[in-house]
Design a protein around this ligand. Structure first.
Ligand code: NAP
Length: 263
């Protein structure tokens, strides 16, 4: 498959790195901006080449990933001529599928996706809407794919990716506390990272158990885990998580009208 990218920035770099690691024979056409990033990718991966223009990417490829920043999307897309056989994959936040379909007409297949930076290490779990076997296979090669049936569900999963920095900050607060107790910083960081790895593996390995059940198993009545969990719960930490995500959903839905506003 000849795969093209419009917008060669952070997420394109991650996807191209992962795709070329998965299949050294993958043919990829990159748009010329950002010139430095495109040149680095083309130098690193024999299958990747920099096209002369955005239109040249479209002319060379049937599957095209759109990865410019959302405010630029309309201007960039309006200047391009798509073909009916184009399969368009938008990783851009804030443009509903209906709006995208108008902007890339007459392209026949339009899919939204929300890859994570871990695509570079082929560890991204990527939500796509609507289900599409070709796009699902593309993102499966970068980790795993979650196909969703409605755009509301897609927007909710996309909003949940706004918690990545908070996950790291929660871990940082534990590691920082450990260093205040005299644990060397590198040791504290490594310890916390490995604890999280073990917890994530336990959750992935037990798909029938909810996170709440897994938490309950750790929180023995009267034990230390129960004490910290109660302290954080009583101080509203977990309610704030939900409120923060509501704010993200309001923001993305305001930018992509046509998707249900939150309650
Ligand atoms: N980063 C992530 O983890 C992530 C994850 C999922 C989805 N996304 C989405 O992916 C999109 C890109 O995000 P990003 O983080 O990769 O942003 P980024 O690093 O800023 O990349 C955007 C790229 O678009 C290029 N560009 C600007 N004008 C262009 C034009 N007229 N034609 C072609 N390319 C042009 C920029 O080049 P210049 O530098 O020359 O301006 C830059 O290389 C956003 O819509 C974002 O919502 C990002």
């Amino acid at each position: 498959m000849q795969l093209g990218f419009i917008g060669t920035g952070a997420i394109t770099s991650a996807m191209v790195s992962g795709l070329c690691a998965a299949d050294a024979g993958q043919r990829i056409w990159l748009s010329p901006r950002n010139a430095g990033v495109a040149a680095k990718l083309a130098a690193r991966y024999p299958g990747a080449a920099v096209a002369g223009s955005n239109q040249d990417v479209l002319d060379a490829c049937e599957t095209v990933v759109l990865a410019v920043r959302p405010p630029l999307a309309r201007g960039v897309l309006a200047a391009l001529r798509f073909r009916p056989e184009h399969r368009v994959v938008s990783v851009m936040a804030g443009l509903a599928r209906r709006q995208l379909a108008e902007l890339v007409a007459p392209a026949g297949q339009v899919t939204r996706a929300v890859p994570l930076p871990a695509a570079a290490e082929r560890r991204s779990t990527t939500a796509i809407f609507p289900p599409d076997p070709v796009v699902a296979a593309l993102f499966a090669s970068l980790g795993s794919t979650v196909e969703v049936e409605t755009e509301d569900e897609f927007e909710a999963l996309a909003a949940a990716t706004a918690t990545l920095a908070a996950h790291f900050t929660f871990s940082d607060s534990i590691a920082a506390w450990l260093t205040r107790q005299g644990v060397p910083a590198a040791k504290a960081r490594d310890y916390v990272a490995k604890v999280i790895l073990g917890l994530a593996a336990a959750a992935v390995d037990a798909p029938d158990r909810s996170f709440r059940e897994l938490a309950g198993e750790c929180a023995t009545p009267g034990g230390m885990n129960e004490q910290v969990l109660r302290h954080l719960t009583e101080n509203g930490v977990f309610e704030r998580v939900s409120e923060g995500l509501d704010g993200i959903l309001r923001r993305v839905r305001a930018a992509a009208p046509g998707v249900t506003p939150p309650e």
